[in-house]
Design a protein around this ligand. Structure first.
Ligand code: TIU
Length: 227
């Protein structure tokens, strides 16, 4: 088949053209998902995020089986902090005296720095050969990254979004994609927030007003349509 239809998507059926759709896995990195990293050091409970890993892994498997393009992003800065704005460096509830680029724990290494141990994608959803893994310095996956060119070269028009956190990097990237003309669907059980009320609000706000930012659907609904 050439397309899959997710009939129960919100606010109305979402069509997945198989050769023109990519799965975008946002920031499934240890920094956010494990203790001792950036997310935890900001005062958050990382266990909340881990709840979406089984669905995210199932979504990834279903998309791979259907031959969809897969992109993984990592929020990360270069070792010299050359791509880190002073505004981002200055802000946030890190422990007193600590900044992005500092070592919070030896296990995780320098916070939010490319290729440090904490910057690795958790094994449940690790990339495989042929998938794009890209570093992004901001919340928006299109900002200062090669993502748009990579998608356009491949004729991608539709994007499925999973990842963490729902209202920060996932929603920001979905809105940026929407403004670039991509037809976007947020996979609701394959994303999580440190704030359950923010996740719920994001799901409502992206689909409100007739799909102002796009659609939402569950992993089960998407996997069934792709079968
Ligand atoms: N803090 C928080 O909720 N998120 C981030 O800092 N980055 C991402 O969402 N990836």
């Amino acid at each position: 088949k050439t397309e899959a239809v997710v009939t129960s998507a919100v606010p109305y059926p979402y069509i997945i053209p198989l050769r023109r759709t990519a799965l975008v896995m946002i920031d499934f990195q240890r920094d956010f998902m494990e203790g001792g990293g950036f997310g935890a050091s900001l005062g958050n409970n990382v266990e909340l995020l881990r709840a979406c890993l089984p669905a995210a892994a199932a979504l990834l498997a279903a998309c791979r089986a259907a031959g969809l393009a897969v992109v993984h992003t990592l929020e990360a800065h270069t070792a010299d902090l050359g791509d880190l704005h002073i505004s981002k460096f200055s802000r946030g509830n890190l422990p007193p005296g600590m900044r992005i680029g500092d070592v919070l724990t030896p296990e995780m290494g320098r916070v939010l720095i490319r290729d440090e141990p904490g910057n690795g994608i958790v094994p449940e959803v690790a990339p495989i050969e042929g998938e794009l893994a890209l570093f992004k310095p901001g919340k928006d996956a299109f900002y200062a990254t090669p993502l748009e060119g990579w998608l356009r070269e491949r004729g991608i028009t539709h994007l499925l979004f999973a990842g963490v956190t729902t209202e920060v990097c996932v929603q920001t990237s979905m809105r940026a994609a929407n403004d670039r003309g991509f037809e976007c669907c947020l996979v609701t059980d394959a994303t999580e927030s440190y704030f359950p009320e923010f996740k719920a609000a994001t799901i409502k706000m992206v689909t409100a007003q007739g799909g102002i930012v796009g659609w939402t659907a569950t992993t089960g609904e998407i996997a069934a349509a792709l079968k």
